[in-house]
Design a protein around this ligand. Structure first.
Ligand SMILES: Cc1cc2nc3c(=O)[nH]c(=O)nc-3n(C[C@H](O)[C@H](O)[C@H](O)COP(=O)(O)O)c2cc1C
Length: 329
């Protein structure tokens, strides 16, 4: 980081650094931050897109939305009021958001709680153990998603059965597509880019015995799955009225907000996005939602096995690979 503490733009640089911890599809971290003295700009980084498996940039944009929310959390935890303009320039579609902030706001306990959760949050692919997520916890997460115009629906047992079918069809479709397999291998195999992708430590050492099948990364990892199941897990869908870039960006903000709150509640979270990535299963998800909206992502919520430590951490790109700092414009 080249900006010193207290200098104009220092808080923006710190926010960009904190945003680097955001979740992203295959840990591609497909964002680029430009730190200016008076603003922080978020762009997509097309070099880390997934043109084969995510041609519309749906998952890329959701991932960038999660990074955007992480940056907002960091600015609020540093005592800033934050203003976000999303997709501000139709002539510059790569510019996803511009953040401006003003110092001097009180740091609320909530802001500190979210900042702590940001440091702890991770994806947990190990099956959960027998503690049910409460209705109150789901209600709280629904309200949080709603702050971003995104709905959260808890799947009932029949809908979980439908999800089992949708996930299995999505996995079959992905397995039948060599380009899909090649792209997944690029981000999960030994030739993945340094500082990005999924290392073996976060990929299960065998197929977990869950009803809803986990994503097949085409490679066996070293993460011990243990004896859990997903019988007591809760599956929720984040969905909304629109299926365009603005909606995906908001979905990413909601994903981050829900995930950080779930982390603070002590819940383990695993996203399932293959059902949204494939056209046919995305339509199935819409039917599961009774045509009430477009699914953005499915999340499994549950209790991590207390016997387990944290799974290994996914790496992150170096600060200057995702961020440029403009000291004076
Ligand atoms: C939009 C999006 C889709 C994702 N889809 C999946 C998925 O289908 N299966 C999975 O195991 N992880 C999925 N993940 C989790 C990412 O792999 C994970 O965030 C990334 O590897 C970084 O690891 P971390 O979350 O532990 O920091 C998804 C994350 C995002 C943001």
């Amino acid at each position: 980081m080249t900006t010193s503490h207290g200098a104009p733009g220092a808080a923006y640089a710190q926010a960009a650094e904190a945003a680097g911890r955001a979740p992203s599809i295959h840990n591609t971290q497909p964002w680029h931050w430009s730190v200016h003295p008076d603003r922080l700009e978020l762009r997509t980084d097309p070099s880390r897109a997934l043109p084969g498996t995510d041609p519309d940039g749906r998952m890329l944009t959701v991932s960038c939305g999660a990074a955007l929310h992480h940056a907002e959390v960091a600015l609020r935890a540093a005592g800033h009021d934050v203003d976000v303009r999303m997709l501000p320039d139709p002539a510059d579609p790569g510019l996803l958001a511009v953040l401006t902030s003003a110092a001097g706001a009180p740091v609320t306990p909530e802001a500190m709680r979210l900042m702590q959760a940001l440091r702890l949050r991770h994806t947990d692919r190990r099956p959960t153990v027998g503690v049910a997520v409460t209705a109150e916890q789901v209600d709280e997460l629904r309200e949080i998603a709603g702050q971003y115009g995104v709905h959260l629906h808890r799947l009932n047992p029949d809908q979980v059965t439908d999800l089992v079918v949708a996930v299995s069809r999505a996995e079959d479709a992905a397995a039948a597509e060599p380009a899909w397999q090649a792209e997944t291998a690029r981000w999960t195999g030994p030739d993945r880019p340094a500082g990005a992708g999924l290392p073996p430590e976060v990929i299960p050492d065998r197929r977990p015995e869950t009803d809803v099948g986990e994503r097949d990364f085409g490679t066996r990892g070293t993460l011990e799955v243990g004896g859990g199941h997903d019988k007591a897990s809760t599956y929720v869908v984040l969905f909304g009225d629109d299926d365009d870039r603005a909606a995906w960006l908001r979905a990413g903000q909601a994903l981050s907000a829900v995930w950080l709150h779930a982390t603070a509640q002590g819940l383990a979270v695993l996203p399932f996005s293959q059902v949204v990535e494939i056209d046919g299963t995305r339509a199935m998800m819409r039917r599961i939602l009774s045509q009430l909206g477009h699914a953005y992502i499915v999340l499994r919520l549950g209790a991590a096995d207390p016997e387990h430590g944290l799974p290994g951490r996914t790496p992150r790109l170096a600060f200057d690979e995702t961020t440029s700092v403009d000291a004076g414009d």
